[in-house]
Structures are given as C-alpha cells and as structure tokens.
Design a protein around this ligand. Sequence first.
Ligand code: 3AT
Ligand code: MN
Ligand code: MN
Length: 558
Amino acid sequence: MAAERQWGVTPAFSSDPPSAGDLKLNDLLVSELKAQNNFAPASDTEKREAIIAKLKGLLRQMVQTVGKKKGLPQDILDVAGGEVYTYGSYRLGVYGPASDVDTLMVAPKHVTRDDFFDLMPDLLRQSTAPGEITNLVPVPGISTPIIKLTIRGVDIDLIFSSLQLSSLSDKVDLADDSILRGLDEVDRRCVNGTRVTNRILQLVPQTKTFRLALRAIKLWAQKRAIYGNIVGFPGGVAYAILVARVCQLYPKAVAPLLVQRFFFIIQRWNWPKPVFLQHKEESSLQLREWDPNTYRGDAAHLMPILTPAVPSMNTAHTVTRSTKTVMMREFKRAEEIIKDIYDTGKPWSTLFERHDFFTRRYKHYICVNTAAKDQNAHDAWAGLVQSRIKRLMAGIEGSDANSVELVQPFTKGFDRVHLCNGEQQLEKTLDGSLEFQVKATETVATDDHADMKAQIAQSDIDGVEVLATNGEAKVKKEDGPQRVYTMTYYIGIGLREGATALDISTPVQNFQGECTAWPGYDADMHSIRIKHIRSYDLPADVFVPGETRPVRPKRKPK
Ligand code: 3AT
Ligand code: MN
Ligand code: MN
C-alpha cells in the first residue's frame, strides 16, 4: 500500500474510515444544524457570488481609470488586471444566513489606498440601481481600513491592498510569500486574512467534513457564550485552526468523530504548548512572528493557536486564566454530552443548549453601563469601553486574589434606549435602571468589530470624516424628555469557597480612568458606571422565555 500523506506536523492518530454509527450520527448532525438555521439557502449563495463578480468588475474599472489618469501606457493597462478574494466565514464555507462577505480587493501598484477610498465608494453607488446599496461607510483611518456596505441585503466588508507588481493578470498567488515584500503593515494585515484562510483549507484532508465539524464547533461555542476575541475567547479563525488540527489527526473521520475528538484533545492539550498546522516556515522577510523565546509578551500567552502562513501569529492572544478555565469546563461538559450522543442516542440539540451564564452560574455580577444622549457618540463610546473590558477582567483577576476565583465576561452587550424626564430619571438610567426604557433590548454580538468601532471613534477625532454619522447635534441640556442610549456588559464573578467579601474598587477605578482618558471622551456626552449586582437583581431582558430567574435566598430564621 502506498504511504499515506501526513497532514500537519505529526502522523495521524487514526486513519480509520467512519463506522456506520458515525455516518448515522453525521446525518443527524446535519439535520440538527439545518433545524438551527445554520446554513445559508442556495439562493443566498448565488446572490453573494453575483455580488463578488460585480465587485471584480468595478475593481478592474478602477485600475483602468487610475492608470489612465496617471498616464500609464496602454500595453501595461491591458494586462494590469485586479483580483477579488474573500476571507472570513464566507471563504471557509461555514457562513450562515446572517453572515457578511469579507472581501479583499488586490490591485497593481499604481493604484493606492487613497485611490481606493477616493473612487470605490462612487463606483459602487453609480453601478447599482437606486436602493440596492442601503448602507455604505468608508472607514479609511484605522488599522485595517475598510468600506462597510450592504448590497441587496448582503453585508460586505471590503478591504484593499495594492501589491508591488505592475500587473496582476496571471491571477497572482497570494500564498507566495514574496508578494509581502515591500508591503507596509496595513497592506500586510489586509492580505493576511485571505492568506490564512486559504492555507487552512489547503492543510485539511477533507474540506467538506472540516466545514461541517467547524459549523458544529462554532455553533456550540456561540451557544455556550465562549466565542469572540474581544472578550478573551477564541474567535472564528482560532476555532477553525483547532478544528483543522483535529482533522489532520483523523484524516478519514466524519464530523461527529471530529467533534468528539476535538473536545477530548483540546481539553487535554499541554497548554501553553502551541497548536499549529504546519512547521514554522523560513522566510527572508524577517517579519515579527509569534515567538515566546524572543518576546516576553508571547511567552505569557496561555492558549497559543498559531496561524499558518508567514507571519505566524497567535489568534488567541486575549485568552486569560479565567476564560481558559471557563473553556475547559465547557470542553468537559461537551465531552460528556458527546459520549451520551454516541452511547445512548441523546440528540445533538443537547450539545447546543444555551449557556447558563445568567441563570445558574454566578451569584455576583459586574455591570459595565455606558451611556450617551446621541446614538453615534454612544456606538463609538460603547465600542471603546468594550475593547478595554479585558483589562478590567485582568485587574479583577489580579486584585482580590483571596476571594476571586474566576472572572467570566458575557460575549454580548445589551443595547437599550430610554426616555428620561429630568435629572433624577437620567441619574437612575445611568446607574442601570430600566424604568424608563422605551425600546426592546437588543443584544449586540461582540465580534472583533467592537475594536473597529472604537477605532472609528478614534479616527473621527483625528479629523477623518466618518460618513455614517447623521449629523445629529450634541443634545443640549434641556428640560423635557430626552433619549438616552445605553449598553451594558455583564461580567460574572466566581468567588472562592468561603470568601465573604469582594473588594474590586481599585481595578474598577483604574478601568474607569483608562476609559475616560480616551481622547474622544467628553464628560457632558459620555457616561460610564460600573455596578456590582446580585444574580437575583439581574434585569428580566437578559433571560429568554423558559429560563428560571435566580431568586433572592430567604433569610434563615434566627
Ligand atoms: P461571520 O459569519 O461573519 O459572523 P466571521 O468569522 O467571518 O464570522 P467576521 O466577519 O467578523 O467573522 O471577521 C472575519 C475576519 O476578519 C476575522 C478577523 O480576523 C477579521 N476582522 C474582523 N474584524 C476586524 C477588525 N476590526 N480589524 C481587523 N480584522 C478584523
Ligand atoms: Mn464574516
Ligand atoms: Mn466581517
């Protein structure tokens, strides 16, 4: 028998084909994912493909326009080209009905980033029928400059890079490290997403089973509220790398076994030993890569999950002692459930049961309440505060070491709108009261975009125009009802056995100081208040129908 190809950095644990039981469980898993509305309908996929084709046409048009303006000869323009790539969940093939399409435009060197931001917004508007684009926000001045838009109801994240090449006509290979030569950090960041997702797909033995297993793991992680870089959990790319590693170790397995092995292996992994999909590549580019021997910061990472392709980075750098503990607890729970799914025919839905963050998990919660009287000002402020919550968590983890066992952030913020009459009502609202709430609460997923909101806010004050602002003037301090926008982030605090008091005033003050030191902070506009509440005082809107709310314990008779 011919030697089988080795996937990844070690031989496979098992190359057995799936059993009849695995295949049956696979069908049941697909049915459950369908029932959970995890797949986008085929019509959506066609729509997305048509949009990408359109974007490619517009990019090529832009390459020509800019080239002519800059006096490039026609023979160069004839082969100048321009390519559109995707990354994120769309590229990985694990997107749902609500997912965006993360898109990268790559142009030859005569087209600059400024050209992209000068021309592409108008090209997009002019090339579509009225009403086709419902939202278009160019955000140039941030670490990953982006145009966010919605075409025919599909959200698009559009980023751009020009390469140091005069022509891209022979579909340039982004995987080739030499394309990074001469690129600045912004360009490198922009091409990185596509390079990483493409490489992950190349490094797994079977794309189809990888996708199904990743869908299951992502759904599980989201339901259990352990998903998202911003608050200290792995994000989409990190989970993809973990699942890919398990696929490499079981190259013939189908999704149910991969999911089962995922929980087993990742739980027992010898962290902080890193997970990676390929050996470190030698590169003459000398880019900064994850390297615990050289960088002390890297040596402190608790769950390194390294991206393939140069430069290799840790996608789970925000994991803390507490979030790692929470994950280990969830891996264990999942492992037990999978055992029952295999042994006793328990349904897959039990794996995807909603988290118990508010119902059973903690007695104490910290609420971080942000507020502003202007919606846009509040979006930016809430994003800024959220992007810093990790520091509050680290502060609490480190401060009251005698009583705090664990600090768990909830992965979504609660977005509320209130109508306040007078100072007293305003005060209560800023403190977290929902007495004057006028709009149903929305939960806002904490994806990596919260960071971006904060960056947008930052660029706004740096003088970069943000086209999203609708120019609503700062609300004057007047009598009469006033709209107040708030966001609340909840953090669960697990106390050590026997702990009676909780003193976190120092980290709370430090955190408040860090947030209000933001250059865009305006004491008349922005508010931040941090409150400690008991589980039985949690507001009703954090629960879903059918959940049992914690109740105040009855006092023991004396
Ligand atoms: P969805 O199916 O879209 O929810 P996803 O994995 O595609 O899941 P995103 O679209 O949020 O998630 O992000 C896609 C990638 O883009 C993942 C991340 O590496 C990168 N990314 C997201 N937000 C930012 C940001 N603000 N700056 C830089 N990179 C970002
Ligand atoms: Mn996406
Ligand atoms: Mn996106």
